[in-house]
Design a protein around this ligand. Structure first.
Ligand SMILES: Nc1ncnc2c1ncn2[C@@H]1O[C@H](COP(=O)(O)OP(=O)(O)OP(=O)(O)O)[C@@H](O)[C@H]1O
Length: 301
């Protein structure tokens, strides 16, 4: 069942088109990523989904609700953590949670949420004294305090160090395991690869592709590369004859073989038959960045 349906969304700021034509559907229980470079229109898209901006064209439904005309109902099913959400400097962690809980008729137990996001020890700490990661975790807790069915998390891990980022990823997975559908806006391909069941690649206000991370990287021709140093010389034709291989190139004493399918086993077997040992063998797979480049001609970062 789809909990979010976005059809031909269009949004302008004066004469600047931020979202040109965006369509996607998010299924119940999935982590759905919206991935694209800066300025692609990701935030504007989720702001329209969250009822914070009114689309100029197209339609948005969240659990069947129109975010513009049914905003009050939407607040009961959708929680949102926005980029750089600011709280008053002096508000304590528990006070912020208690305040947000008071906005909802049937809020979650904020003490449990505070534990879940790992902020119990920071209960009495003022917002201004929290680290970047702690602020992000507080904002996730605030997005969840109304027991939403859908949580929108925008650039959750931007500005965090690698450890805090990994902790946030675990938190997102825990939230999904409680049955919440998650829309995750990001411009980090590792984050999308690691967390998302499906990803919409967005560029210049348009959806380039929607698929699983593996499905997206699988669209890149020659999606795998095998690099090695051969112990004895061999003829490229040996590998080019394999159905898995699309290209063989050499830089210095290294050979780079590009291809698909069971590339590495096919290459090593063919080499072994000729008595060639592939020293220092490395296998590289296409990333979402490669997929974005193949689909748009531009890099993500
Ligand atoms: N309030 C606004 N007024 C005018 N232009 C805006 C406004 N908000 C965003 N834009 C412009 O609309 C385009 C899309 O912005 P948006 O924030 O949706 O992109 P994004 O993909 O989320 O980028 P980022 O990752 O940098 O936030 C950008 O060109 C941006 O400069």
């Amino acid at each position: 069942m789809d909990v979010i349906e976005v059809r031909n969304l269009h949004k302008r700021y004066r004469d600047h088109v931020a979202v040109d034509d965006v369509s996607f559907a998010v299924a119940s229980g999935e982590i759905f990523g919206i991935l694209g470079p800066n300025g692609a229109g990701k935030t504007t898209t989720v702001e329209c989904v969250s009822g914070l901006r009114e689309p100029d064209g197209g339609s948005v439904r969240v659990t069947g609700l129109d975010p513009v005309t049914q905003r009050a109902d939407l607040r009961r099913v959708l929680g949102v953590q926005l980029q750089s959400a600011a709280l008053p400097d002096k508000i304590k962690v528990w006070e912020a949670l208690d305040l947000y809980a008071s906005f909802y008729p049937d809020p979650a137990d904020w003490r449990e949420l505070m534990d879940q996001v790992g902020l119990a020890a920071k209960r009495d700490t003022a917002f201004a004294k929290l680290s970047g990661g702690q602020r992000q975790r507080l904002s996730v807790a605030l997005a969840l305090v109304g027991r939403p069915r859908v949580a929108v998390l925008d650039e959750l891990t931007t500005g965090l160090d690698p450890q805090a980022r990994r902790d946030s990823w675990e938190l997102v997975e825990q939230v999904r395991d409680t049955g919440v559908t998650i829309v995750l806006v990001t411009h980090f391909m590792e984050e999308a690869e690691r967390l998302c069941d499906r990803v919409a690649l967005i560029d210049a206000g348009r959806v380039v592709a929607v698929d699983s991370p593996a499905g997206l990287t699988g669209r890149v021709g020659g999606g795998q590369r095998v690099r090695f140093r051969p112990t004895v010389p061999f003829d490229d034709a040996l590998l080019l004859a394999l159905p898995e291989v699309t290209d063989v190139s050499r830089t210095g004493d290294r050979v780079v073989v590009t291809g698909d399918g069971n590339l590495a086993p096919a290459v090593t077997l063919a080499l072994a038959e000729k008595g060639v040992v592939p020293d220092d063998l490395r296998i590289e797979r296409a990333t979402l960045d490669d997929a974005f480049l193949a689909l748009t001609g531009r890099k993500l970062a």
